[in-house]
Design a protein around this ligand. Structure first.
Ligand SMILES: Cc1ncc(COP(=O)(O)O)c(C=O)c1O
Length: 370
């Protein structure tokens, strides 16, 4: 038997008639850019997040890049973020000409350690950008407390956290604004690239929309500021509208599977299991083990046909692409240690429980043989 890390085919089979009908509707309308599907998706996704506005964009990287631009962030500015994330978080800062300043994460939640935040702020700091990693929300109230003290806006990188919650509030409405990716493998994934920015601030929403659509004014060929082409397309919006209706149910199925892994793996020697922290509900995008003999466990599972992944093998402050930020080994001990220990095992709503039990058993037998 072979088990993928995520099974989009199984998901498609569950919702095939709805998705096929939605795609056919867009094709028949020939309204491929903008229009009703995009408008309705934005409305429905904003409501899902508990935010007033959602602006569809072309992908999650653009959501971050355009949002930072809408804050007016540019050369000479600093944005405080984490290195235990996908490269896009840092790229968006550098693409705006600003400097990423990396703080370490807490091992227990894999997310920004608020304790290190204040020391990272300088007069050049313009924004704080925590990442809700693997579906688990960052300790946002602690981050907001520091930000509030210094009058700084907080932007959530919620690319992996559709449906994650802090005290009953969903990712997307936890700070001034939030950025989402709808990359196909995400908890809410399109059939191609797509992304969104959410916010309660109408002026900020208007600026994001303007920048994402060629800096447009009220008339079609008014171009008020230098913008870009980062629009959500209607086919993606139509697919996302279908999937959004299932998201709560899928999140529950993910959560049940995460709990099952935890029950079956509890006490296995050399394993640290992911836990929801007191402040948050995880959307369980990924189930992330910490294991000293990570490469050995990965090879063992692979030999049994079980796919795994390592998010991320190198914290981004050590990526050559981030050299301008001046990071060096030893700067972020927790992030650097995690990059050697983390391993993701298959987790998706359609993962059969017997398969999950087998994966857990294979994991346990490797650990016990250590
Ligand atoms: C934490 C994080 N931020 C940003 C992005 C960028 O999103 P996209 O791949 O849609 O550009 C991703 C996507 O993988 C991500 O995981």
């Amino acid at each position: 038997m072979s088990v993928p890390i995520v099974d989009l085919r199984a998901q498609y089979h569950r919702i095939q008639p709805e998705v096929d009908a939605a795609i056919a509707r867009v094709v028949a309308s020939t309204q491929f850019i903008g229009g009703e599907e995009c408008r309705l998706f934005e409305q429905e996704f904003a409501a899902y997040c508990g935010a007033r506005h959602a602006i569809g964009v072309a992908n999650g990287t653009d959501a971050l890049t355009v949002a930072l631009r809408a804050y007016g962030i540019g050369p000479g500015d600093e944005v405080v973020t984490v290195a235990n994330t996908f490269i896009a978080t840092g790229e968006a800062i550098l693409l705006n000409g600003a400097r990423p300043v990396f703080v370490d994460v807490e091992a227990a939640s894999f997310t920004m350690d608020p304790a290190g935040l204040e020391a990272a702020l300088t007069p050049r700091t313009k924004l704080i950008l925590p990442v809700h990693l693997y579906g688990h929300p960052a300790n946002i109230d602690a981050v907001l407390a520091v930000a509030g003290k210094h009058g700084l806006p907080v932007l959530e990188d919620a690319a992996q956290a559709h449906g994650a919650e802090v005290a009953g509030r969903r990712a997307g409405s936890l700070a001034h604004a939030a950025c989402f990716s709808f990359y196909p493998g995400k908890n809410l994934g399109a059939y191609g690239d797509a992304g969104a920015v959410t916010t309660n601030d109408p002026d900020f929403a208007a600026r994001v929309r303007q920048i994402a659509n060629h800096g447009g004014g009220t008339h079609r060929y008014d171009n008020v500021v230098v913008g870009t082409n980062s629009r959500l397309d209607a086919l993606q919006a139509a697919v996302l509208r279908v999937k959004l209706r299932h998201l709560e149910h899928w999140t529950r199925e993910r959560s049940e599977r995460a709990l099952a892994y935890t029950r079956l793996l509890e006490g296995a020697p050399g394993l640290v299991l992911p836990r929801e922290q007191a402040w948050g509900r995880s959307a369980w995008h990924l189930y992330t083990l910490r294991v000293e003999r990570r490469d050995g466990l990965q090879a063992h599972l692979h030999s049994r046909g079980i796919a795994t992944s390592v998010h991320y093998p190198r914290p981004i402050h050590l990526q050559p692409a981030m050299a301008a930020a001046g990071g060096k080994p030893g700067d972020l001990p927790v992030s650097e240690r995690l990059s050697l220990e983390v391993l993701q095992v298959p987790l998706y709503p359609e993962l059969p429980l017997e398969t999950l039990e087998w994966i857990a058993q294979e994991t346990r037998s490797f650990c016990s043989a250590g």
